[in-house]
Design a protein around this ligand. Structure first.
Ligand SMILES: [Fe+2]
Ligand SMILES: [Fe+2]
Length: 339
């Protein structure tokens, strides 16, 4: 079915729609079908067919009305979503476009329109990576991605996606008077990938140690927060740019805790920059649900419970509330982007 070629995933219960689209696409893209949203998620999971575009029936998506936006955005992170719609669905189309869908394809289909919409959408889909950051930060991004002692690439990708989701939720709750534009959201989320750049300066033998760290080793590791900022400060050309402060705050304060028990400065409550606090909770979540050299993975449910109970340090109550609200979306991101 896929022959290793990028494939269009058509999400519909309507066999006629599927066959028609599959026939139109045949010379350009292989197509596969999912008849439910659950099947679509499974098809998108890492290690399976490379999906370059999801064409999803609007009515089917809207059956999950609570989750429609989340569905579009989650899928969009793997592949852009085109909404298949028909007469009388313009309100639904608008809503799904607002919530992340990339394009609309109306029935009845014609080959020329279907191919053009899908082709353009595939081409326009931004590659995963620091698209809105300047070249010097791309280099840092690459350096930390390449250094397997620090983090897996997938951890960084997941942290970017989680940060984006939680940031939108937190902003929706608290920052309505100051809307965030898409470029800012993207820069803030991508800056999250740099949270541990200070570890580039940490000794390999500590980073690679399979067991728990000694007190002295932990004191050294704690300095990765401040060292990360030293790396950023060294790059004078970016010091006036807004993303400099996003990167700086995240590097320095992503181990602070709401009750002041974190490091390096022991900031408490609102003293902790919000973006850094968002990154810290999603970083903890990802650490819990993945296997590391020094520990096994635990389940999503256990991880959420531990964070809710404050067993991984305390976070702002409103932040925990938002985290609980979006945790299913975070879980889907994790499943789709596992190492
Ligand atoms: Fe860290
Ligand atoms: Fe991390």
């Amino acid at each position: 079915m896929d022959n290793g070629k990028p494939t269009v995933l058509i999400v519909t219960r309507d066999t006629k729609d599927f066959q028609e689209l599959e026939g139109y696409l045949r010379d350009s893209y292989p197509a596969m079908r999912a008849e439910t949203i659950e099947e679509a998620y499974k098809a998108l999971q890492w290690g399976k067919t490379k999906i370059c575009c999801v064409a999803a029936d609007a009515a089917l998506v809207s059956e999950h009305s609570e989750e429609a936006g989340c569905l579009c955005r989650t899928m969009l992170r793997q592949a852009p979503v085109i909404v298949i719609s028909g007469d009388g669905q313009s309100e639904l189309e608008e809503r799904l476009l607002k919530e992340g869908a990339a394009e609309v394809l109306r029935k009845p289909f014609t080959q020329a329109v279907a191919l053009r919409r899908i082709g353009n959408t595939v081409q326009n889909h931004a590659q995963i990576g620091p698209g809105h950051l300047p070249p010097i930060l791309h280099q840092l991004f690459d350096a930390i991605m390449e250094d397997n002692n620090i983090h897996s690439k997938k951890h960084l990708i997941r942290v970017i996606y989680y940060t984006e989701v939680l940031l939108r939720c937190v902003w929706d709750k608290t920052g309505k008077n100051q809307p965030l534009d898409e470029k800012t959201i993207s820069q803030m989320a991508q800056a999250a990938a740099l949270h541990d750049i200070g570890k580039l300066l940490m000794p390999d033998k500590i980073l690679q140690k399979p067991g728990p760290l000694t007190r002295d080793e932990f004191e050294i590791i704690k300095t990765h927060t401040v060292k990360g900022c030293e790396i950023l400060e060294y790059i004078k050309t970016i010091s006036q740019e807004p993303y400099f402060s996003y990167c700086y705050d995240i590097c320095r304060y992503h181990h602070e805790r709401y009750d002041g028990s974190g490091y390096p400065e022991g900031l408490a409550g609102d003293e902790i920059p919000l973006l850094a606090h968002i990154v810290s909770i999603v970083d903890v979540y990802d650490t819990l649900i993945t296997k590391r050299a020094y520990k096994d993975a635990i389940s999503h449910e256990e991880a959420v419970q531990m964070i809710r109970n404050g067993q991984c340090g305390t976070f702002a109550p409103e932040l925990v509330e938002c985290f609980i609200k979006v945790c299913n979306e975070l879980h889907r991101i994790a499943l789709a982007n596992m190492d």
